[in-house]
Design a protein around this ligand. Structure first.
Ligand SMILES: [Zn+2]
Length: 283
């Protein structure tokens, strides 16, 4: 999508007018220091910084519990938040106004299903959370692990929930896809989710410490947390798309290609290349 359609309105133009060369140079340093942004072309980098700048000015970043939130944290969060919507624009996240920044992991009262498949209502320790029609919560301690090609990214994960919620207000693994992609998605996504659940339960039921267990866990290319429900599967797939795309492509190639068309990006070409060891390859 062309630049003018993403930044067309007057408010955006005014925001961007304040993004002067000195500030751009500062943002460029942060961008260069985040490995998952490696390999973006000049145009993509400048669009990413502009989107990040607008994100930072659209949202309130509220430190809670004495979180020591710095300018660098804010810039890094904004750059990583801008990455999934680089070609869609910030509006793809729907309406939300605030990010609550915690110093460490925090406890939240919620309904969840544990590793054994048992349902709980109660307090759970979380590194991040995205509320429907509400803020995004992030912990600074976990932010430190984000930004690498390691399959983990707290910011992208939570913003993926917003991308999901922007379609009808609920997180259900069905984002606002263009019509031509919907039939393929409605077939591929449930299939991949069912496969993820099967693989996770196979890994969990293998005797702990056995070679079968090791093989089952080592060939889980996508975060096992994704087996929890469709919304989490969507979020870990987006997270993997940008931080371990080769693994996502290996696990769920159709889903990878649908995401690639939806988001207008192909991070596999930028990612450090690796091959699964032959004896680990499930196929
Ligand atoms: Zn999540």
């Amino acid at each position: 999508m062309a630049m003018f359609t993403i930044f067309s309105n007057w408010r955006r133009q005014r925001q961007l007018a304040r993004f002067d060369p000195e500030r751009r140079a500062r943002w460029q340093q942060n961008l260069d220091a985040l490995p998952i942004l490696d390999g973006l072309g000049r145009d993509q980098q400048s669009r990413l910084m502009a989107l990040g700048w607008c994100f930072l000015h659209d949202k309130r970043f509220t430190p809670v519990m004495d979180a020591a939130l710095t300018d660098d944290h804010c810039i890094d969060i904004a750059l990583m938040a801008a990455l999934p919507v680089l070609n869609l624009g910030l509006e793809a996240y729907g309406v939300f106004h605030e990010l609550l920044i915690y110093p460490e992991e925090f406890v939240s009262d919620r309904h969840y299903v544990d590793d054994q498949g048992i349902e709980h209502q109660g307090m759970e320790t979380l590194s991040g959370e995205a509320w429907e029609q509400g803020p995004v919560l992030l912990s600074l301690s976990e932010l430190g692990y984000s930004g690498h090609w390691n399959g983990y990214n707290l910011v992208i994960h939570e913003l993926a929930h917003k991308l999901d919620m922007a379609n009808g207000g609920i997180a259900d693994g069905l984002p606002a896809l263009p019509a031509p992609l919907r039939p393929g998605w409605l077939e591929a996504f449930p299939k991949a989710f069912a496969s993820q659940r099967r693989l996770v339960s196979r890994a969990q039921s293998a005797p702990a410490g056995s070679p079968e267990a090791a093989l089952a866990w080592n060939t889980l290319w996508v975060d096992p947390y994704g087996a929890e429900n469709e919304a989490e599967f969507f979020a870990v797939c987006i997270e993997a798309f940008f931080t371990d795309p080769i693994a996502l492509h290996l696990a769920y190639p159709e889903l990878y290609h649908l995401l690639s068309r939806f988001l207008g990006q192909n991070p596999m070409v930028r990612a450090p290349q690796w091959q699964p060891l032959p004896h680990l390859c499930p196929r």
